[in-house]
Design a protein around this ligand. Structure first.
Ligand code: PDD
Length: 281
């Protein structure tokens, strides 16, 4: 039985209970993070904690743990669950009220829940994942920069992809500007030039995205830019990659049923994924 953390203690998952009046349950009124850890090594812990703290402050959820407390929680869950590759999921909801009303209630205690979930191993040298994605008009809210637990929009997009036999969605604006996936960021490559959408309120500023950008900037052979990318450019790209904490960097070989570039994993992916792996793993 996995060990989870609820409010102030570690306990077996089947003993963790919360109120049906919890605003996380009633409204999706909460913030979350997923921190990856491969063979005891945490990837991007500090930026994950910073993004969590920014989300709490943007939504006025008063939960003031220090970085050290968050670090301790993550290491404890890694240790107590002993899973080789694990995602530590942390969720803080505004807490349980005495009734259901839209206003932020005063003086309620936020609910903190955290658990460990297995994630797939990542090694670009042996990885044979090749993703197929489809594009769709983004129907989510306009604060996608907040890592909110209200994910119904993302779930509906993902379901639409799955229903049509794809692995992920690529959502775009009504002006055909590429945003991101249902749970991933997107990178496109054309003529050795790598681009990713600007981190504004239309996308989640992914931590994997941020770490990969650092790596791309270091590379002398690759040109990199954050910019508005049109869907037509993604369709004509040589390569497309997605990034997320649970999948790291994965190549996309098919968009809307058409091959991306040659339809094989590209050389720019192979090189940068290997450099990224050497740096962070
Ligand atoms: N999803 N965009 C969206 C909408 C996401 O949900 C995620 C992450 C990302 C990538 O962010 P990061 O690199 O920080 O994981 C981009 C997580 C993994 C999830 O929902 O489980």
């Amino acid at each position: 039985m996995s060990v989870v953390f609820l409010n102030d203690r570690y306990l077996p998952l089947n003993e963790a209970k919360i109120s049906p009046l919890d605003r996380g349950f009633l409204f999706g009124d909460g913030i979350y993070e997923l921190i990856p850890c491969y063979q005891q090594k945490m990837i991007g812990l500090d930026p994950h904690i910073e993004r969590l703290q920014q989300g709490l402050s943007a939504t006025k959820i008063a939960f003031n743990w220090s970085k050290q407390q968050w670090r301790e929680l993550v290491s404890q869950l890694v240790e107590r669950n002993n899973i080789p590759n694990v995602g530590i999921y942390i969720q803080i909801s505004r807490g349980a009220d005495t009734n259901r009303s839209h206003g932020y209630p005063k003086n309620i205690t936020p609910t903190l829940f955290a658990m460990a979930q297995p994630i797939a191993d990542f090694n670009p040298n042996t990885n044979n994942t090749r993703l197929k994605i489809k594009s769709e008009l983004d129907r989510r809210w306009r604060r996608c920069d907040i890592k909110s637990t209200s994910l119904l929009g993302n779930l509906m997009h993902f379901d639409s992809a799955q229903t049509d036999g794809y692995d992920e969605i690529l959502v775009h604006s009504d002006k055909n500007i590429v945003h991101e996936g249902s749970s991933s960021n997107i990178f496109v490559v054309k003529d050795n030039q790598v681009s990713t959408p600007i981190a504004n309120q239309t996308i989640l500023p992914g931590i994997t995205r941020r770490l990969l950008i650092k790596q791309l900037i270091k590379s002398t052979e690759i040109q990199f830019e954050e910019r508005n990318i049109l869907l037509s450019e993604a369709i004509e790209a040589d390569e497309i990659w997605i990034t997320s904490s649970s999948r790291q960097i994965q190549p996309v070989v098919n968009l809307n049923g058409q091959p991306v570039g040659t339809g094989e994993v590209g050389d720019v992916y192979k090189n940068i994924a290997e450099e990224y792996y050497k740096t962070y793993f």
